[in-house]
Design a protein around this ligand. Structure first.
Ligand code: DX5
Ligand code: ZN
Length: 214
């Protein structure tokens, strides 16, 4: 399966987002990962709709939106209008997963569903036939620059085995603590959409960092 790199702009120079978008394009990054945090679902508040709208006006790069918010269903239409190409929400949120997936798919974009490190991956099995991607969090959601949690590799393997055996064609995304050392673990386990923030944006050469991950 092809490996895609999604750059988490939480790790970018937020004062110079336009330049950072240029850097993504020049470095062959496949997607822009946009982390939305509401201070309720996670212990942090990041950025939201007005910033996404600006990014959409500026760059055509694929927008991979990660909603770490308590009630994603309430905001799906707004995030679609703001330019999301894919929206991923958490199975642990308060919204009904089936309704949330329907809202995303009815808007004509891709849908992803995510599990935190402490949630068994089996909890998303009932939704696998309706989503395009599963995001297995490899850190506790909320902050960039954290260390990879090694135990999450087992969940990736379990999911990969399950989708292979059941002929389910979806992407497996990982997010948190991915760098030149942890990439092999997640790829060997079966992940093919790789989110990276601090490793990519702090690299001397983003292109080389992207090649290393790919
Ligand atoms: C964490 C976010 C991640 C984060 C990844 O809650 O979902 O996308 O920005 O950052 P790094 O790659 O620095 O761990
Ligand atoms: Zn994220």
């Amino acid at each position: 399966m092809k490996t895609y790199i999604s750059a988490s702009i939480l790790g970018a120079d937020l004062l110079n987002l336009a330049k950072e978008c240029d850097r993504l394009k020049e470095s062959n990054v496949d997607m822009l990962h946009f982390d939305v945090m509401d201070g309720q679902f996670v212990n942090n508040i990041s950025f939201g709709l007005p910033v996404l709208e600006k990014l959409t006006k500026y760059t055509d790069i694929f927008k991979d939106v990660h909603l770490m918010i308590s009630d994603p269903l309430k905001y799906i239409n707004d995030f679609v209008k703001a330019g999301s190409d894919m929206i991923t929400f958490h199975v642990e949120s308060d919204s009904d997963p089936d309704e949330t997936i329907s809202a995303i798919k009815n808007a004509g974009i891709k849908a992803g569903i995510s599990v935190k490190p402490g949630t068994p991956v089996e909890e998303i099995y009932p939704y696998l036939d309706r989503v395009d991607m599963v995001l297995i969090m490899t850190v506790e959601p909320g902050f960039g620059g954290q260390g990879f949690i090694p135990e999450t590799a087992e969940k990736i393997k379990t999911l990969k085995k399950y989708i292979t055996e059941n002929n389910i064609c979806i992407d497996i995304q990982v997010d948190g603590g991915i760098n030149n050392k942890t990439i092999d673990i997640v790829k060997t386990a079966g992940a093919n959409v790789i989110v990276s923030g601090s490793y990519l944006f702090n690299a001397q050469s983003m292109s080389e960092a992207v090649s290393t991950l790919k």
